[in-house]
Design a protein. Structure first.
Length: 156
């Protein structure tokens, strides 16, 4: 199964989600079955992830050093089994690009266990803001992973 995380620039939120999800999948022996990729609706192709993404992911033994931003394409959306945008506006943009993907699009916040809400963009913020952003995404990412492998979800 291929999961596609989508944000704006593909240097912060979706990049951290991709790195953490793939690390989680490898650690649990599902790396060959569950694979994550990421893209940005307005990404500059090839841009590196923010240095603060490394800081935010370090406590989780997750490396993002080789990340290179990709601009979202229709082909990426067609290829993904599950498309996970960070905000309602990203979701709307995805559905304008590929309306028939509606049944495969779920906001990351939908995996929170309560009402879905957008994930704030840490771009331009401090290392602490990036860490808080990842902390906000970690629970939904863990829940999503559990759902995809059919394990009980944890409650936040």
């Amino acid at each position: 199964m291929k999961v596609l995380f989508v944000c704006t620039g593909n240097t912060c939120r979706s990049a951290m989600c991709e790195a953490y999800f793939n690390s989680l999948s490898r650690k649990n022996g599902t790396g060959e079955v569950l694979l994550a990729e990421s893209a940005g609706t307005d990404a500059w192709e090839g841009e590196e992830s923010s240095p603060f993404t490394r800081t935010a992911l370090a406590p989780y033994h997750t490396d993002i050093v080789d990340h290179s931003a990709r601009r979202l394409t229709r082909e990426m959306l067609e290829d993904a089994d599950l498309i996970v945008p960070m905000t309602a506006s990203h979701k709307a943009r995805i559905l304008r690009m590929l309306p028939e993907a509606a049944d495969r699009v779920r906001l990351l916040g939908e995996f929170r266990g309560g009402p879905a809400r957008d994930v704030s963009d840490p771009y331009g913020g401090t290392a602490e803001i990036y860490s808080l952003c990842f902390a906000d995404m970690k629970g939904p990412l863990d829940n999503m992973y559990c759902e995809l492998v059919k394990e009980p979800q944890r409650q936040e």
